[in-house]
Design a protein around this ligand. Structure first.
Ligand code: Q9C
Ligand code: ZN
Length: 342
């Protein structure tokens, strides 16, 4: 399986994450990729291939122009305003303040374009986000060229990013960008399976009223887990998209067998839908020792996850999302791909 990767992701190396009232070293860190590359190599899963650069128009089909402009200029504006630390929002257009106006000062813009406050922005954050989307596009192209599987080893991740908001460590929704590219290049119906521990709120919102993408997610119940405000079972799609959104919120302590029963339901729904390609938002934060999550999947069980995903027998594009047990993420990721190829 071709693996699309660039070491340049490490330019996004923020020093701060607002967590528990403290500024800690971010869970979504560059080291994650080192461990993944090492395990992929050890398992001989495929060649690492550099991404090509695609026109920005592919990303502009998913994200709004004003959001992307904000992303590109955020760090310069924050510094020009004399701020000392990394860019973190502190004010939001909350339920009681509903003016549609977008503020001009960077502090106001941050809250407008942020859906959460844990994700700091610094020099090269935007650059790495764009690079990450080019990794997803290059991988999607590989599927368009006829490969039956490909892995976009992208960082920063994307599934929390919506049309015009960042957060949850995500800036550009790589899975959504790749999905749109597949639809623009010969595929008709995309099954988008999000197996990250957290609900893929951004991806769901982007495709919620569309029937050319069937989004399904298995995740920690949002009554207790980030992103809290989306991801419930009653969210089934809207308009033309009604019936093409399937959420499986699960409680803390969920084991692999309980998890797999939900994946089975999603795969049955994808088959009935008539999907001709699958995109997997591959988060490994369902791991038993993940520091910020609460499922109980074991390293060996990721082999079964890969095998199960392969049973759909569709061309499959894997896109890296979360996973924060840094020393185990390599083998967990490699096992999914190994299981898939078996
Ligand atoms: N104090 C992804 O997995 N909450 N994003 C962090 C830690 C945000 C996860 C809590 C989690 C975002 C791509
Ligand atoms: Zn996650």
């Amino acid at each position: 399986m071709k693996i699309i990767y660039s070491p340049e992701h490490s330019q996004h190396n923020t020093k701060t994450e607002l967590s528990g009232g403290e500024l800690v070293s971010p869970f979504e860190c560059a080291d994650r990729m080192e461990y993944i590359c090492k395990a992929l190599k050890e398992y001989d899963l495929g060649p690492l291939i550099e991404p090509r650069q695609y026109p920005r128009s592919h990303v502009e089909k998913i994200h709004s122009k004003n959001y992307l402009e904000f992303l590109d200029s955020c760090w310069e504006e924050w510094q020009a305003a004399g701020m000392k630390g990394e860019a973190i929002p502190t004010a939001w257009p909350s339920r009681s303040m509903t003016s549609p106006r977008i503020p001009e000062f960077i502090d106001g813009k941050l809250g407008y374009y942020a859906l959460a406050g844990e994700t700091s922005i610094a020099a090269n954050t935007a650059r790495s986000a764009w690079l990450s989307s080019n990794i997803a596009l290059t991988a999607a192209d590989t599927i368009v060229q006829g490969e039956t599987s490909c892995f976009a080893l992208a960082r920063p991740p994307g599934h929390h990013a919506s049309k015009d908001q960042y957060g949850g460590y995500c800036f550009i929704n790589n899975a959504a960008v790749a999905t749109q590219y597949l639809l623009d290049n010969g595929f008709a119906k995309v099954a988008l399976m999000d197996v990250d521990f957290h609900h893929g709120n951004g991806t769901q919102a982007i495709f919620y009223d569309r029937k050319d993408v069937f989004f399904s997610s298995i995740h920690g119940d949002p009554t207790h887990e980030f992103p809290y405000y989306l991801g419930y079972a009653e969210e089934k799609g809207a308009g033309e998209g009604l019936g093409y959104n399937l959420n499986h919120p699960l409680p803390a302590g969920t084991s692999y067998s309980e998890w797999e029963a939900k994946l089975e339901e999603s795969l049955i729904a994808f088959k009935a839908y008539g999907a001709d390609v699958m995109v997997v938002s591959l988060g490994l934060d369902t791991f038993e020792n993940d520091p910020i999550s609460s499922f109980k999947i074991k390293t060996d069980e990721y082999l079964k996850m890969g095998q199960k995903l392969a049973s759909l027998e569709l061309p499959t594009l894997f896109i890296m999302e979360g996973g924060y047990a840094v020393e185990d993420i390599g083998y967990n990721t490699a096992n999914v791909l190994k299981g898939f190829l078996q």
